[in-house]
Design a protein around this ligand. Structure first.
Ligand code: G4P
Length: 280
């Protein structure tokens, strides 16, 4: 399966990030907990040089506990402050202010030595499309705050959301572009639904997902759909169509519908909590 991205988007996104990064102290980087490496653009390490850094493993509710723990250790070992969150749930963000202070410890100390007291940390949220940036900003800053830019008379451009005395957040997230180092990265992003589905062959994609699940989570498809697993990925899709009565009007089984069903079940967590990749 050949998955493409558009270079035009990348150049524009990169330029916008470079400009915004000049304004901030802290980058709050969101990745998808189900595939934290595939859903992160490592160029951010260069772009964000000299800035305090935090990694949020978002959608942790959809990833396996073992995966979340392994990735937390992985990013902590790189020197980042890490939190696993479900951006839709405010309760999962409870610790965030203390983690921000920890991430910005050096900056706060530097300020103190220069006699600057209580200058708020300026932060921006960044990540590739669909990792949950807007959801996070809404939960973290509150709906009213996130809407500031839409009010009539408010000038466009950078708006700051004052969260409290210690933190100000740029209201627009930094959009990073996915980095397709190899096809397997593209494939994982496609499983997650982070690539425009229109350009993908869903039957192929669902068959690839079947192949992955058979290998990494044996027994899962059998349990969810009550089907035998000793089949090829394409035959498995047919089995799902049979099990779920995906029927064509003129007779026969609607395999494309079964493919969409499988992808939807995976993306919504109905197949269970699944991590697509683990640190080496
Ligand atoms: P973005 O700004 O980075 O592009 O992402 P956005 O916030 O739009 O979130 C993309 C999708 O991911 C949304 O679903 C959102 O609800 C979902 N999402 C965000 N954070 C989490 C999380 O921690 N856990 C889970 N399970 N889902 C999360 P959607 O289907 O596109 O929209 P909607 O159904 O919420 O309207």
């Amino acid at each position: 399966m050949n998955i493409q991205w558009y270079p035009g988007h990348m150049t524009k996104a990169k330029r916008a990030m470079q400009e915004d990064i000049k304004l901030i102290d802290l980058i709050i980087e969101l990745v998808d907990a189900r595939a934290p490496l595939s859903s992160r653009n490592p160029d951010i390490d260069d772009l964000g040089r000299g800035k305090a850094r935090m990694v949020l493993l978002n959608k942790a509710d959809l990833a396996s506990e073992a995966g979340n723990a392994a990735w937390t250790r992985y990013f902590e070992a790189k020197g980042f402050q890490v939190m696993k969150i479900d951006a839709r749930q405010k309760a999962s963000l409870k610790q965030i202010h203390s983690v921000i202070q920890e991430a910005c410890k050096e900056k706060i100390e530097r300020d103190r030595r220069r006699g600057i007291l209580n200058r708020p940390v300026r932060a921006m949220v960044a990540g590739i499309p669909n990792v949950g940036k807007s959801t996070f900003i809404n939960s973290f800053a509150g709906k009213a705050a996130a809407k500031t830019g839409n009010k009539p008379g408010v000038t466009k451009g950078n708006q700051w959301i004052r969260l409290n005395k210690q933190v100000e957040l740029l209201d627009t997230p930094g959009i990073l572009w996915p980095k397709f180092e190899d096809q397997s990265v593209g494939l994982k992003l496609a499983f997650l639904g982070s690539i425009n589905d229109e350009i993908l062959n869903k039957d192929e994609l669902a068959a690839e997902l079947c192949a992955f699940l058979l290998k990494a989570y044996p027994g899962l498809l059998a349990e969810r759909y009550g089907i035998p697993e000793d089949r090829s990925p394409h035959e498995l899709l047919e089995q799902i169509a049979i099990a779920r009565s995906c029927l064509l009007k003129g007779g026969g089984y609607d395999v494309p519908r079964a493919a969409r069903l499988l992808l939807e079940d995976f993306r919504s967590g109905k197949l269970g909590r699944i991590t697509l990749e683990f640190p080496e």
